[in-house]
Design a binder for this molecule. Structure first.
Ligand code: ZN
Length: 132
């Protein structure tokens, strides 16, 4: 299993991302809307993983709630797995608390599923379909 990306919640991509691009010397992808999570995302590639920046697209977005409670910062870590549905089923049968019991469409055309932060010591964990 590899770390697919680390995600950072921001109020505005247009303000946050250029700073990261400049300080890391890397270029971000064009913004992509992810309706299932009510966010707009951009990815910034670093050597062996990606940073995902998320801004809310509505007030009831999970990212809007996160920003209201904690402000900008680290939001989740994502692991690539061959099958998100299989991973979620394994965890569910082991009694792990999940946000998603089945996968849903995520950014970059890949299926994703989230576990409840209480299952991973307060860290929100996402599983994302590995690239073929
Ligand atoms: Zn993610």
């Amino acid at each position: 299993m590899t770390v697919d990306h680390l995600a950072i919640a921001v109020h505005r991509l247009s303000e946050a991302v250029p700073r990261w691009e400049q300080q890391l010397g890397a270029a971000a992808s064009p913004p992509e809307e992810v309706p299932s999570q009510r966010v707009r995302a951009v990815f910034l590639d670093v050597d062996n993983t990606h940073l995902e920046f998320l801004e809310p697209t509505s007030e009831d977005s999970p990212i809007a709630r996160f920003l209201a409670q904690r402000g900008e910062g680290m939001h989740h870590i994502a692991f690539a797995v061959p099958s998100v549905d299989r991973k979620l089923a394994e965890l569910a049968s082991a009694g792990v608390r999940l946000i998603d019991t089945v996968s849903r469409p995520g950014a970059r055309g890949r299926q994703v599923g989230f576990c409840h932060p209480s299952a991973f010591g307060g860290v929100l964990v996402e599983f994302v379909e590995a690239r073929p």
